[in-house]
Design a binder for this molecule. Structure first.
Ligand code: ADP
Ligand code: MG
Length: 201
């Protein structure tokens, strides 16, 4: 299968003494889900910033196909003064949204609301809806289900898995059960206690 993300031997550090990544590599192919797990502060979100090009590795190479992303906090993913629908229409054709809306347990009226009128769980489902309607080759999920309750979490991941064809998913999660349930591979980022350099698998 075609790769949608290639990370080759990247190194990155914010400050001189702490390496966040040291010669880290990862390949993700169409149809694959890989989970990134590890303690708070180990560099999970930094990895996404590197993939998105918001930060540059000091060494190595990152290549990715078209992507969309879902962040942990849905309120930070939407502009407060435009309706959810306006913001989804800005980046997608809305094609096929009706059936996704139903599958996600969302109501049409939610789309015409301002973001802060919705609960965290409702808005996060809107964020996932937008990400799927963008039809990305690479879907980046940073703790996407922490705003959802347990029952919804699994349903939403099942829905994402059902759309996996032609797409690769990189999932940051604290939820080991969720990772084991859906991921083809679990990548555990660690830092060593002595030198604080994350050990790569
Ligand atoms: P995670 O998502 O795994 O919790 P992060 O990628 O957010 O971890 O952060 C990894 C480490 O980098 C943390 O120690 C954090 O304090 C540090 N860090 C994150 N952002 C910055 C920044 N903008 N400047 C300096 N250090 C940062
Ligand atoms: Mg993080």
């Amino acid at each position: 299968m075609k790769s949608v993300l290639d990370i080759e031997n990247i190194s990155f550090r914010y400050s001189k003494d702490i390496a966040i990544f040291d010669n880290f590599s990862l390949t993700l192919r169409e149809g694959e889900i890989k989970a990134i797990v590890g303690p708070s502060g180990v560099g999970k979100s930094t990895l996404f910033e590197l993939i998105l090009g918001h930060r540059k590795p000091s060494h190595g190479m990152i290549r990715s196909e078209s992507y969309s992303q879902v962040f942990q906090d849905p309120y930070s993913s939407f502009h407060p003064t435009y309706t959810v629908r306006e913001q989804i229409m800005e980046v997608t054709s809305m094609q096929g949204y009706e059936s996704l809306l139903v599958q996600m347990g969302l109501e049409e009226a939610f789309l015409d609301s301002l973001p802060h009128k919705l609960s965290g769980g409702q808005l996060q489902r809107c964020s996932i809806l937008r990400a799927l309607l963008m039809k990305p080759k690479l879907l980046l999920l940073d703790e996407p289900t922490s705003a959802l309750d347990n029952l919804n979490q699994l349903d939403i991941m099942k829905l994402i898995v059902s759309h996996i064809e032609g797409m690769g998913v990189l999932l940051i999660t604290h939820d080991g059960d969720l990772a084991r349930w859906c991921a083809d591979e679990i990548i555990t980022l660690k830092y060593s206690e002595t030198d604080k350099i994350p050990l790569q698998p």
